[in-house]
Design a protein around this ligand. Structure first.
Ligand code: CA
Length: 240
């Protein structure tokens, strides 16, 4: 099997070289760039399987690079940063990154996270409706093993976190879920992420569901508590 390309966006040359060495040793084909604009150019050419993205970059910072990539790609993005405060952690998640590591991190940990992201993404990219484990919840079809979801045969381009969020909100539809329980469902290892991260993921999930449902908004915010997903009735579905 050919090595899968991974884009490494890191402006510290020694760190970039170390990451590339580790990735190469574990069967990937890393390509390092030191600034945001070059990252976007190379991303288009390379179509990498995953992106390691330093938050603090010259020119275009990691936040802007992540936003730009998310406009047209669901590529797994692992954010890396030396700034450990809560704001940056939330920021990394709000802008659509899939996972986050703070410096100093071990390259071994980075490789493990990349592999985990790729396993989930591979499940999401496999051919639709082929998985025997798919189950229907109302008009949704969920593939829990592959982290894929469809709304009435329309594939939903969800990130792994958004899939977990949708799956939770459907257990069962109409139930109100507190932000804290949604957070527990989507991050098993990120206990210090703020509630705001949930809000931003819900916002993204809502946007994607609306796109598949011709503008119908099925997620309701319940003031002071959290969120509820109301299953669209047949009339809504027929209108779409
Ligand atoms: Ca940096």
């Amino acid at each position: 099997m050919t090595a899968r390309p991974v884009l490494v966006v890191e402006d510290e040359p020694k760190l970039a070289a170390l990451l590339c060495d580790y990735l190469r040793a574990h069967g990937f084909a890393p390509h390092a760039v030191a600034d945001g604009p070059t990252a976007l150019t190379l991303f288009a050419e390379l179509q990498p399987a995953a992106v390691l993205l330093d938050l603090n970059l010259p020119g275009l910072d990691g936040v802007e690079v992540c936003r730009a990539l998310r406009r047209h790609s669901n590529v797994p993005i692992l954010m890396l940063s030396a700034r450990v405060d809560e704001i940056d952690r939330v920021l990394g998640l709000e802008i659509g990154a899939d996972d986050y590591l703070c410096k100093p991190y071990s390259p071994r940990e980075v490789v493990a996270r990349v592999r985990a992201l790729l396993r989930r993404a591979d499940g999401a990219l496999a051919s639709p409706r082929a998985a025997p484990g798919c189950r229907a919840v109302g008009g949704f079809m969920l593939d829990d093993g592959g982290l894929r979801a469809w709304w009435r045969d329309v594939a939903l381009p969800l990130t792994p976190v958004e899939f977990q969020l949708l799956r939770t909100l459907l257990q069962p539809p109409g139930r109100v879920f507190a932000r804290a329980s949604l957070l527990d469902a989507i991050y098993t290892d990120f206990r210090d992420v703020s509630d705001r991260a949930v809000d931003s993921h819900v916002k993204n999930l809502r946007r994607k569901l609306q796109a598949a449902m011709s503008g119908h908004d099925c997620i309701a915010a319940v003031y002071g508590v959290g969120y509820r997903l109301d299953m669209p009735d047949d009339r809504d579905a027929l209108a779409s």
